[in-house]
Structure formats: structure tokens, C-alpha cells
Design a protein around this ligand. Structure first.
Ligand code: PLP
Length: 397
């Protein structure tokens, strides 16, 4: 009989909660009106979208629901923020602002648009991080100048969970007249967010990381900030074209409301589970615990095991029913070491022996117990593989 599946990869994606699905269903059935239509059917959809906007605003600490723009995912929010701010500043300054600054550990959505901007003539400056994954605020301030259009630093890293000093970096950006974007895709719903108090201009979130469906996200755009649109059209007050994905937007709103109400209890529960899991894993010889010890997300842990390949460990654990990952889901199976671990200065051997475990709604003590029972033997088995077999198997993956 197959072992029960124990899902421990909530940084990759999360299940849709039943309450979220229930909230969405009417908008996948009879309530199919276009929220931009004037008749009653459309206006009911409009009201549902606006109620969801209020809920997203409340979770992230926006001053006004009108500051929330719905998008198709976290990646779109990131691109809309970084490219939209860069193009807008470039145009308004008649080409004087042509520098973009970002940390070296950003998600590929940000890294990809930085490469595009670079190819089109923008200067791109990258800020490094320390061995625990913290991006220095002073270093960030030093990378800025008066030609900077936008600065992008993630709130929490998706691999190691380390939190960044975004409030200080936002202040440094403001002092240079640049906009500041925080990718909060991994931190939203896990720890309190306060976009207004932190002084950020732009902040990205994604539905599928907080128990809403995949394919919906939001971007906080502080009142008064203007972006050159990446998807043109009149919806979302001319900020993002495309008929709103009403059902998913409603789901995102419901998930944000649940996350807001349950945040304190939920994160305390997950922190306790995570700390117990981590203490158990720390007993395995030759393991390194990655990420800052206190400035980090409460629900995830990241390890490096000397003498084995993290992808093999993921497969070995999958055979025993555990869903975990060796790196970000979007680059799973990639044989190059993660850019985050490289930026943190991890030795290549440790970087390639990495494992990320991320807990969430539904995770329980039995998951941690079962994982701690299975992991040491899996590590031991893989370490007994001759090094040549490890390399050969890896180069075929
Ligand atoms: N930013 C971060 C930090 C992420 O972890 C992810 C997804 O893993 C994204 C952005 C992209 O979000 P989405 O999958 O909704 O495009």
C-alpha cells in the first residue's frame, strides 16, 4: 500500500482551502457577469471584486483598497512593478533615470525582467547578501544614485526564508527619489505586513502561496505612484488591462481574510512545528541549517547535507510519500546550484545537497514525526552511493 502523501512544500504552492473554494463557486456558476458591465449581473461581480480588494488591502496594510491592482500571478505583479516603474521613471525624467537596483537573491520573475531592462539599455546594479541571506541596508543605500528609477528587494526569500530590512531600503530609495518594490509573495499571510508604515511604493503577492488558486495575484501600488502599464487596457483603473478573473480574485480575497484573522495563531503553530522538525534534522551528522536564525519566516526550514545530492534526496523522500524540494519549484531539477545559495557564499558541495521543507495550513505533528523518522535513513543511503554514481545520475537528471 502506498504511504500517505505528506505535503511539506508550501513555499512551492498550497492547497486551496475549502472556505476559499466555497467563496469562489458562485462566480464559476451563475454569477458569471463581467464586472465592467453596467447591468445588475455585471455589477454583482463588480461588488465581489471590490470586496476582495478590501480584504487584500487589509492583509498587507494598504491605506486604501484602491491601491490594490489584481494580476494573474506573483510573477506578473513583479514584472508590472519593476518594468512599469523603470519605464515610467525613464520617460518622466527624459532618460535621466535609467538605473535599476535589486538584490542578488530575487525570484526569477524579477531577475528575468532585470535582464530584459539591461538589454534595452538600463543599468542594473545588484546588491549581495551575507552568509545568512540578509541583504545589507547600507550596502543597498550605497548602490543607489540619483539616476536610480526603482529598487526591488524581496521581503522574504523563497528558498531560505530570511527576511530583509525592506523598511530601511525603502527609505534609502525614497531619499534618492527612486521607487521601492518589495516582493512579498512568500511573506504575505505568514507574518504581518504593513505596506503603508514601511513606506514601500509597490508590493507583490500571489494567491497560490496563501491557499487561494494558482493564476491570481495582486500588486500594491501606493497612491500617487504611476506605472507604465505592462498589459494595456482600461480595467483596474487603466493600470492593468484584462477582464478581472472574478472567481480567482474572490478566492484571493477569501484567502487573505482567513490569513489575516488566523495569522498570529497560525504562524505560532507552524513555528513550533518547524522548530521541532529543525531540531530533529540538526541531529543528523554533516547537516548545515541555512538562513538567518531569527530574522526569517516561521514555517520553513532549509538544510544542506554534505556528501549527497539534494535532488536525489527529494526523489528518495518522494518514494516514501513526502513532498519537499531541493530548491525553488520553478527550477526543480535544474543542475546548476541555486543563485541564492551561491550569493550566500555556500560551498558548491553544500549548495548541491540542499533540502527545503515548508509547512502550512494542514501540516501537523504526525507530518513532522514521520519526516524525522524517514530522513536519517534516506540521507545515510544516499551518502553511501559512490561519488561517481552521484555525479553520473545527476548529469542525467
Ligand atoms: N516571488 C517569489 C518570492 C516567489 O516565491 C514566487 C513563486 O514561487 C513568485 C514571485 C512568483 O509567483 P507566481 O508563481 O504566482 O508567479
Amino acid at each position: 500500500m502506498n504511504a500517505p502523501v505528506r505535503y511539506l512544500d508550501h513555499n512551492a504552492t498550497t492547497p486551496v482551502r475549502p472556505e476559499v473554494l466555497e467563496a469562489m463557486l458562485p462566480y464559476l456558476r451563475g454569477e458569471f457577469g463581467n464586472p465592467n458591465s453596467v447591468y445588475a449581473l455585471g455589477q454583482r461581480s463588480r461588488r465581489a471584486v471590490e470586496a476582495a480588494r478590501e480584504r487584500v488591502a487589509a492583509l498587507i496594510g494598504a491605506a486604501d483598497a484602491a491601491e490594490i491592482v489584481f494580476t494573474s500571478c506573483g510573477s506578473e505583479s513583479d514584472v508590472m512593478a519593476v518594468a512599469g516603474a523603470a519605464w515610467q521613471a525613464f520617460d518622466e525624467s527624459k532618460g535621466a533615470r535609467k538605473r535599476v537596483v535589486a538584490s542578488r537573491i530575487e525570484h526569477d520573475a524579477v531577475r528575468g525582467i532585470l535582464r530584459q531592462l539591461y538589454r534595452r539599455g538600463f543599468m542594473v546594479a545588484e546588491i549581495g547578501c551575507d552568509r545568512e541571506g540578509v541583504v545589507g541596508a547600507e550596502q543597498a543605500a550605497g548602490a543607489l544614485d540619483d539616476s536610480t528609477a526603482v529598487v526591488s528587494v524581496m521581503h522574504a526569500n523563497n528558498e531560505v526564508g530570511t527576511l530583509q530590512p525592506i523598511q530601511a531600503i525603502a527609505a534609502a530609495a525614497r531619499a534618492r527619489g527612486a521607487l521601492f518594490h518589495a516582493d512579498a509573495v512568500q511573506s504575505a499571510g505568514k507574518i504581518p505586513l504593513d505596506a503603508k508604515a514601511w513606506g514601500v511604493d509597490l508590493l507583490s503577492i500571489s494567491g497560490h502561496k496563501i491557499n487561494a488558486p494558482k493564476g491570481v495575484g495582486a500588486l500594491y501600488v501606493r497612491k500617487g505612484v504611476r506605472l507604465s502599464p505592462t498589459i494595456t487596457g482600461h480595467q483596474e483603473k487603466n493600470r492593468r488591462g484584462g477582464t478581472e478573473n472574478v472567481a480567482s480574485v474572490v478566492g484571493l480575497g477569501a484567502a487573505c481574510e482567513l490569513a489575516r484573522v488566523e495569522l498570529e495563531r497560525h504562524s505560532a503553530r507552524l513555528r513550533t512545528l518547524r522548530d521541532r522538525l529543525e531540531a530533529g534534522v540538526a541531529k543528523i551528522p554533516g547537516v548545515r541549517l541555512n538562513g538567518h536564525r531569527s530574522l526569517r519566516l516561521p514555517h520553513c526550514a532549509h538544510f544542506s547535507f554534505a556528501g549527497l545530492d539534494g535532488h536525489h534526496l527529494v526523489v528518495a523522500l518522494d518514494l516514501e510519500g513526502f513532498c519537499v524540494s531541493a530548491g525553488p519549484a520553478c527550477s526543480s531539477g535544474a543542475s546548476i546550484p541555486s543563485h541564492v545559495l551561491t550569493a550566500m557564499g555556500l560551498e558548491p558541495e553544500l549548495a548541491s545537497g540542499s533540502l527545503r521543507v515548508s509547512l502550512g495550513w494542514g501540516s501537523c505533528d504526525a507530518d513532522v514525526d514521520a519526516f524525522l523518522a524517514a530522513l536519517p535513513a534516506a540521507v545515510e543511503r544516499l551518502r553511501r552511493l559512490p561519488a561517481t554514481a552521484r555525479v553520473a545520475a545527476r548529469s542525467q537528471s
